[in-house]
Design a protein around this ligand. Structure first.
Ligand code: IPM
Ligand code: MG
Length: 361
């Protein structure tokens, strides 16, 4: 098969982790007889430095022409980087929001899994973590507060800022369908998270989700308020299968869920539209403090590449091979600094990439 992949190395540790993911993908291609064509584009700070904007039209066109996009990370240190002296719409993050919108990537899948081998890193009490957990956060990604009208004005000498939170039923329905579709292939439970005791957008969310649920009688649906969900994630994470939620709630809850695993350097994500096309990126950020030191953990990006093979190319065997390689390397006791524990061997980012590639069969 021929795979046309656009890569966004981005900023901070992005270029290092994407390099290792390519290493692993190339080994997959070699073992399974595929041909991968990569085209790199600039986004975020890397694009600002060259073009003065975080994403160009040409970059969007290049991404659109590919079968899938593999991304590292974007952004820098918000207190020291000159990128954050620019107006908000020209900062690195604006590039990421713009590409999500331009490619209509409305469904963001963020799995949060407690790896047996890394159970020690889990910050929860053993009586909670020993039950394990394996959840998937399905976050709406192109609507809500992050894409609503916003402005800052001054009225009678008083500064005022306005952000608007809007959802229409079509936006809710399409993400709910994705959530139920995936729950059907998992443990058949959807927890829809909202703030329906306060927000109109949440009340509409709830009723549309209930309509969609009628088409999935085998999937159990429960509703949960977002503040309660934040609490339940640390109290009893094993209760969750698919968490279905809007943009901002999903942003916040997915960071919480990943931290609860104790290994944010391990968590992949996929952002999908209505077709097979997707953008795949690690759930973590650009970690500018460790950029260029060859100590970052490339596993989240490597696992994102596995998600890409699975969702955009239907290459399940190949995706399995990557996931198995990750488990093997962990079992053998190889760790990057972020997931290091006593008795293990600490390896660099590039060494981790080599070890993973070696184990692809
Ligand atoms: C994420 C990030 C982004 C978001 C930022 C960088 C705009 O936090 O992917 O979760 O809020 O979506
Ligand atoms: Mg976030």
């Amino acid at each position: 098969m021929e795979l046309n992949i656009t890569c966004i190395p981005g900023d901070g540790i992005g270029p290092e982790i994407v390099r290792e993911a390519k290493k692993v993908l190339n080994k997959v291609a070699k073992c399974y007889g595929h041909q991968i064509n990569y085209t790199d584009i600039l986004m975020g700070g890397a694009s600002i430095d060259v073009h003065g904007v975080p994403l160009t039209e040409e970059a969007v066109e290049t991404a659109k022409a590919a079968d899938a996009v593999l991304m590292g990370s974007i952004g820098g240190d918000t207190t020291t980087s000159p990128w954050y002296q620019l107006p908000p719409n020209l900062r690195p993050e604006a590039g990421l929001l713009a590409i999500r919108k331009a490619l209509n990537l409305f469904a963001n899948l963020r799995p949060a899994v407690l790896y047996e081998e890394l159970a020690e890193a889990c910050p929860l009490k053993p009586e909670i973590s020993e039950k394990g957990f394996d959840m998937l956060i399905m976050r709406e990604l192109t609507g809500g507060l992050y894409f609503g009208e916003r402005r800052t004005v001054e009225e009678n000498g008083v500064r005022k800022a306005v952000d608007t939170l809007t959802y229409d039923e079509k936006e809710i329905r399409r993400i709910a369908v994705k959530g139920f579709d995936i729950a059907r292939k998992r443990r058949k439970k959807v927890t829809s998270v909202d703030k329906a005791n306060v927000l109109d957008s949440s009340r509409l969310w709830r009723s549309v989700v209930e309509e969609v649920a009628k088409d999935y009688p085998e999937v159990a649906l429960e509703h949960m308020l977002v503040d309660n969900c934040a609490m339940q994630l640390v109290k009893d994470p094993a209760q969750f299968d698919v968490i279905l939620t809007e943009n901002m709630f999903g942003d916040i809850l997915s960071d919480e869920a990943s931290m609860v695993t104790g290994s944010i350097g391990m968590l992949a994500s996929a952002s999908l539209n209505d077709t097979k096309f997707g953008l795949y990126e690690p759930s973590h950020g650009s970690a500018p403090d460790i950029a260029g030191k060859d100590i970052a953990n490339p596993i989240a990006t490597v696992l994102s590449a596995a998600m890409m093979l699975r969702y955009s190319f239907d290459l399940d065997k190949e995706a399995d091979a990557i996931e198995t390689a990750v488990k093997e390397v962990l079992k053998e006791g190889c760790r990057t600094g972020d997931i290091m524990s006593a008795g293990c061997e600490q390896v660099s980012c590039s060494r981790m990439g080599d070890l993973l590639a070696e184990r692809i069969r």
